[in-house]
Design a protein around this ligand. Sequence first.
Ligand code: AMP
Length: 621
Amino acid sequence: MSTFQELGLNNDLLQAITDLGFTKPSEVQEKAIPILLNDETDLVALAQTGTGKTAAFGFPMLQKIDIDSRTTQGLILSPTRELCLQITNEMKQYGKYCKGLNVVAIYGGSSITDQAREVKRGAQIIVATPGRMKDMISRRLVDISKIQYSVLDEADEMLNMGFKEDITDILSHTPEDKNTWLFSATMPREVATIAKKFMHSPQEITVGNKNESTNNVSHEYYLVNSRDRYQALKRLADANPDIFSVIFCRTKRDTQKVAENLIEDGYSAGALHGDLSQNQRDLVMKSFRNQQIQMLVATDVAARGIDVDDITHVINYQLPDEIETYTHRSGRTGRAGKTGISMVIVSKSEVRKIKSIERIIKQQFEKKDIPDGMEICEVQLMSLANKIHNTEINHEIDKYLTSINTLFEDSTKDELIKKFFSVEFTRFYNYYNKSKNLNIAEGSFDRDGGREGGRGFGSKNDSTRYFINVGAKDGFDWMKLKDFLKDVLQLGRDDVFKVEVKDSFSFFNTENEVKEKVLAFFTDYKHEGRFVNVEVSENRGGGKRNDRRGGGKRDGRGGGRRDDRKNGSGNRNDRRGGGDSYSKSRRSGSDSNSSSDRPRRSDSNSNSGKPSFDRPRRSRR
Ligand code: AMP
């Protein structure tokens, strides 16, 4: 492993790198920087976002251009405005000690005159989206005839988005002998064609699938009937109270519809697609970045360049038409060293695509069941219990305590706890009590349990499911928790299975025969100074669940429509506040298809925009 210094970067860049806190080069940087610094060459690099590729081409470009000259020498083309701004920002940070450097962003939806003025001041580097760049060239507002280095960033995305002609046109205005550096996450035929057409004997590097982002993502799929897709989505959200996710749909129409439905059902959701104005999109993205929106429903095109680090889940509501696009979708999670989950909701007719995707991502999917109602109730209840346990007391309450104490004079602690939790739980329970099983059998397409050591995901009646009060917040992901459990319990690798890590608690299974051992061990066990509590869970997690389900008819509870809340563009999500996850779910969970069937809180005031005890504005994490 080299250092940045050993890669040959100059002091101005090294100082900026120190300021940024980058301690060592990433894989793509280690491979690309020496080539680009030392050779006048074209380059094809297979690397995803999140691997540090901007710096991989950015550092060499900054070092090689003549900053004393005001001529435009570097051109970086990127698919979206978001990415364009992001790259510009990064380049400015990397080049902050390069005196006289001017990096200008050129993108649609913003004043072309202002951008032209910026360029005229002397931009050594232009970062542009193809559409606006072509426009600027045809209006003679930029001169790229002296470009020495051009970068095609996310080349596969640019081609997907139909920029092939624009790119061809733009490059025709650049010198023949410039160097072209192409970065792409995938290498479909179109990218190879572009490489062949515009590049001369390019050197090639691959960061492969072993990059940080894909390694940190686990892939799951859920097999349901097409008509149950939306219900499945809601259950996945309800089973993950702290979800912060991007949900991908195939079309703008579906994107809008799913977002509208989620909003109407009480989730903090927003839509992001090309039919929204730039201003609307900016607002949705702002809410998402601030985590006021928990579920961003997006088209592939609109979601390009989303650079938000904390996304916990990517949900493929529908699979993309081009399965290569899956890589981009799942790469939105598991960033910046965090783990993430990419979930796919598939119908029977699509399930074969999972195999093709596995070949592309070189990783196995785990087939999982959509949780049943009682599992969701338990998860939500325990999430609420943990939240309450960790809540700091607000002493403003003290002055009301005498009255409250008088009211509960005759209640025992036990009763009080039960009543307190019943406020939320009963509504939730009533709601999910009669929910149907959404899972369908896979038929001939039989699969094993993937990363859970090959255990089937069918019935497992001889196993016990446990609840444990540690989770992601304590630094566990499923793999770490499994390792931890098998170490402390001295069990074999396959003896702990169905490990499911939530934010502040988790579930796991063992064979029934070690149940006593597990429970006995955790009666008095401390992890990092905290008692670890393990209990047998009602949620069987992969066991036969249907026996507990009640017949599948909706409960038909009513509540009026709240059409005024239906928007889907996300612009009004500011009214919605995050709402804590438990209260959100209780507003959500209906398994019915028609909104008139959805259970509502009888005392719901959630449309008022006023603060309420059950729907506080919250900032996540
Ligand atoms: P990119 O793949 O260019 O989108 O980069 C992803 C993120 O990683 C950006 O926020 C960069 O600032 C950051 N980054 C790039 N190189 C490094 C490095 N060597 N060490 C740590 N972070 C880095």
